[in-house]
Design a protein around this ligand. Sequence first.
Ligand code: B16
Ligand code: MG
Length: 214
Amino acid sequence: MIKGIIFDLDGVLLFTDKYHYMAWKAIADKFNIPFDEKVNNRLRGVSRMESLNIILSYSDQKFSEAEKEVMASEKNELYREYLKKMTPSDVSDDTRYALDKLRARGLKLAIGSSSKNTPLILEKTDMAKYFHAVSDGNNISRGKPDPEVFLKAADYLNLQPCECIVVEDAESGIDAGTAGGFLTVGIGCAAQYEKTKRPIKNLTELLTIPELSE
Ligand code: B16
Ligand code: MG
């Protein structure tokens, strides 16, 4: 029986994935590295440094670890400038409706995000009030597709993985959810992924999947 839902943040609860794209695009353009939506989709759910390594794999230039650190922190500064302008109005009606309904049904809700910027995003959008637990880039040592972030979220909820659903927009996130023993729901890019168990078009549709329908 499903008792908890673990939500990815960027690309599921909020469209902060577009800010990741714009910030990485600025860095890629600076170094004349080709970068488009297709490459960007490979970065979904993947840690900041690993994202940079994927972007640099499209370049012949060689960068030292110190140079890469500078590029990653420059990207983060640009990204945080976008985040600082966010407000509660960035949360869609679909997201609010689904979260309210799930809470009303007595389900425990958690965040399971790779992002170290999760606290800032939750503060700017006033979303922390919806969640019983937060597991994010600040409490993990291995990023998705490792299941650590979701296993910790389930643990914080005092639930077993088989009692929780993971909602993701990234293939790496679906792989992480599968590896951890969770039922996976995919939205956006992950809705087309063959390993996704339950594809949905929006969060309201989550309320009607067989495991949650009343
Ligand atoms: P940060 P999620 C992930 O968040 C993003 O999808 C991914 O693009 C990003 O590189 C990663 O967080 C790390 O983010 O640089 O803010 O620590 O989708 O797992 O909520
Ligand atoms: Mg995501």
